[in-house]
Every structure is written in structure tokens, then in C-alpha cells.
Design a protein around this ligand. Structure first.
Ligand SMILES: NC(=O)c1ccc[n+]([C@@H]2O[C@H](COP(=O)([O-])OP(=O)(O)OC[C@H]3O[C@@H](n4cnc5c(N)ncnc54)[C@H](OP(=O)(O)O)[C@@H]3O)[C@@H](O)[C@H]2O)c1
Length: 343
């Protein structure tokens, strides 16, 4: 990578012209963002595509106040400018970052606390697929639910972005991931990420299998993206003291929950979204990743997400790819600079 010499006034970015389908993602010329004293400006090589981007595009997930209206919650690239109060980063550093929006662009301004170094053996496109899902899983499963080595973890949507990160992180921390998927191809991918066991939700009973796999004890932790009718199944599948982290509601935003079972077995159900968290919270998650998980990313053999890579200008195709039911792994957009460089 070359060290950036000049920062242009304008850049190519993808905007959401109106709430709607993938076709509303439109390439535009946009001012390069200005940075505050605690921010860095990242020249973007690659930007990850995530479930929340789909919701934002559909008009169902507005950016928090002050955030860029442009989509894109994670990037990898090179630092192009550093705010006056920032320590620890310099122009030319290769990094990955959780953004507050605006990642589908050639440049993005990011609070420095949300920036991590590029892991040694990771390409820009691999690293761009990491922050959003790793911050989500680190905050919920690791920091809040206190995942420990030896625990069993039931992971829904295990071949997707969040689920795949949950499987990888759980395996890296010495836990025992049980991956819930919907096809043999997704099962093979979840195994490659580190899943110890598989439940195919299209053919097998979730609760029965989770109990059978844990000798009738139940699972210690659950990462759920579905909600709806799955909520009660998660509770039935939990061991005493179990903790369910709810990160999405793809199958239903309301649920009937057997509270007595929860009380009798000392269960916890927690739920959150990452995007509106404060900069201090996001920085604390970044620190946790750096201090406790980064060592695993530095292992050359650490499993990488399966990638579908497209040019930035093909953001509509990227959203269609992520929305397809047979999709697994992550989708990444490459800027013109990211495509030209050897990364
Ligand atoms: N709370 C947070 O902070 C946070 C952060 C990031 C993302 N999210 C949300 O988490 C969800 C998953 O994001 P992602 O990036 O992991 O998405 P993804 O890559 O598309 O993965 C979702 C997985 O869920 C499974 N699934 C099961 N039932 C589904 C249904 N009814 N509709 C769609 N998928 C279903 C699918 O796998 P199978 O077919 O194999 O079951 C799919 O692979 C999104 O709603 C996203 O907005 C929340």
C-alpha cells in the first residue's frame, strides 16, 4: 500500500435515494467527510455489507442523530488523516473499523476508538467483513453474557454474518458452538468456521437436538437472530443459568415467553442493537477485541469468512446477494482504490 499524499475534496459514495429495494442504492459524488479532533479519516479499500444496511435501505432503521446518512457500518483501508487529539494511529496505517455509517464510500470519518489494526495475515476485503459482526458478538455473547471456555453455545443463522462471527469467536475462546443452519452447504461452512455440532433447522427439532447434544443438560448460551416462535424454543433448550442474547428478530418481533421456566432455571434474556451505542461503549468493545480476541486473528490459520466481493458501484447487486436465502458468508464492496491495489 502507498502512503496517501493528498486528500481530494470529493469522492464516490453510495447513497440511498429513497427508501426501497436495492435499486435505490445510487452512486453519487459527495464531499470527503471532515474529521473531528478524536476521529481518523480512512481511505476505504473495502466495505462490508450487513443486515442493518438492508434495514436502513428499506427505511426501517434510521441512522442515529449525527451519523452519516450514507450506508456502510464497517470498512478496511488506510488512515489518510488523524485528528489532533488522536494517539496511536498515523497516516498510512492499515486498519479495519466499525463506522457510524458512511462506509460505502472512498473515504469515511471514524472515531479513533472504533479503529483496530489490520490483522497481519488478513486482506483488506477479509478484514472489512469483520468489525460489525465481531463488535456485535463481542458486546453481547462475550462481554454481557460472559462466555467462558467449555460453555456450549447455540448459534442461529450460523452461516450468516453475525452467526458466523459467533461460531468463530466461541470456537476461538474454547467454547463449544452448536450451529443452526438450513442446508448442507451452510453446515459445511459453519464447521469450517469452528462449529462442533450442527442442527439443520429444516429437518431437525431444535430443542430435541440441543438437549441430545448436551446430554439433556441444555446449552449455556444462545445467540438468536430470529425471535418469534424461536424465543420459547431457546428457553426450552437452555441449561440452568443459561443466557440468551437476542440480536435480531428476523422471524418475529414479539414472542410468548414462558417466564416461570425462566425463573425456575435462572435464565437471562438480553437484547440490544450496536449502532446507537455511545462512542465510549464502542471503544470499550474495540479494546476488548484488541486485548482478548486479536491474538486469535493473528493466527495465520484462523478461519476467514466466505466472501462475495463486488465493486462499490454494484451495491444493489451486493444487497440482492445478501438477501438471497441461499447466501452464506459475507458480502464486501471494493472501492476503485481497493481494486487497483494488491491487497
Ligand atoms: N443487534 C445488533 O447489534 C445487530 C448487529 C448486526 C446485525 N444485526 C441483525 O442481525 C440479523 C442478521 O444479520 P447477518 O448480517 O448475520 O445476516 P445474514 O448474513 O443474512 O444471516 C442471517 C441468517 O439467519 C438465518 N435465518 C433464519 N431464519 C431466517 C429468516 N426468517 N430470514 C432471514 N434469515 C434467516 C439464515 O440462515 P439459515 O437459512 O441457514 O438459517 C441467514 O444465514 C439482521 O437482521 C441484522 O440486522 C443485529
Amino acid at each position: 500500500m502507498t502512503i496517501l499524499q493528498t486528500i481530494p475534496e470529493r469522492m464516490t459514495a453510495i447513497s440511498i435515494s429513497a427508501p426501497g429495494g436495492p435499486e435505490v442504492l445510487t452512486p453519487v459524488h459527495h464531499d470527503v467527510p471532515r474529521i473531528g479532533e478524536t476521529d481518523v479519516l480512512i481511505r476505504v479499500a473495502a466495505a462490508g455489507v450487513n443486515g442493518p444496511d438492508l434495514s436502513q435501505r428499506r427505511g426501517q432503521y434510521a441512522p442515529p442523530p449525527g451519523a452519516s446518512p450514507l450506508p456502510g457500518l464497517e470498512v478496511a483501508g488506510e488512515i489518510a488523516a488523524v485528528g489532533s487529539a488522536v494517539d496511536g494511529f498515523a497516516v498510512g496505517d492499515e486498519v479495519m473499523a466499525l463506522t457510524n455509517g458512511g462506509g460505502y464510500a472512498e473515504y469515511v470519518a471514524v472515531p479513533a476508538g472504533q479503529v483496530l489494526p489490520l490483522p497481519t495475515f488478513w486482506s483488506m476485503e477479509e478484514a472489512a467483513a469483520l468489525p460489525e459482526c465481531w463488535f456485535t458478538v463481542t458486546q453481547t455473547l462475550v462481554m454481557r453474557a460472559g462466555l467462558e471456555p467449555g460453555m456450549s453455545v447455540l448459534v442461529h443463522g450460523a452461516a450468516g454474518g453475525v452467526g458466523g462471527a459467533a461460531v468463530s469467536i466461541a470456537a476461538a475462546l474454547g467454547a463449544w458452538p452448536i450451529a443452526v443452519v438450513s442446508s448442507p452447504r451452510k453446515a459445511a461452512y459453519a464447521r469450517a468456521l469452528g462449529a462442533a455440532e450442527i442442527i439443520d433447522r429444516t429437518r431437525e427439532d431444535l430443542v430435541e437436538h440441543a438437549l441430545a447434544l448436551t446430554g439433556d443438560r441444555g446449552v449455556d448460551r444462545v445467540v438468536d437472530l430470529l425471535g418469534g416462535e424461536t424465543a420459547a424454543k431457546n428457553i426450552a433448550a437452555c441449561a440452568r443459568g443459561g443466557h440468551i442474547v437476542q440480536v435480531s428478530t428476523l422471524a418475529g418481533g414479539t414472542a410468548e415467553v414462558p417466564l416461570r421456566q425462566m425463573m425456575a432455571r435462572d435464565l437471562t434474556l438480553s437484547a440490544s442493537t450496536l449502532r446507537p451505542q455511545s462512542p465510549a461503549t464502542k471503544a470499550a468493545i474495540a479494546r476488548h477485541i484488541h486485548e482478548h480476541l486479536f491474538v486469535h486473528l493473528e493466527n495465520r490459520d484462523f478461519p476467514r469468512p466466505r466472501l462475495t466481493v463486488l465493486p462499490l458501484e454494484e451495491a444493489p447487486a451486493a444487497h440482492r446477494a445478501l438477501e438471497a436465502s441461499d447466501h452464506f458468508g459475507k458480502v464486501v464492496l471494493l472501492t476503485a482504490w481497493g481494486r487497483r491495489e494488491e491487497i
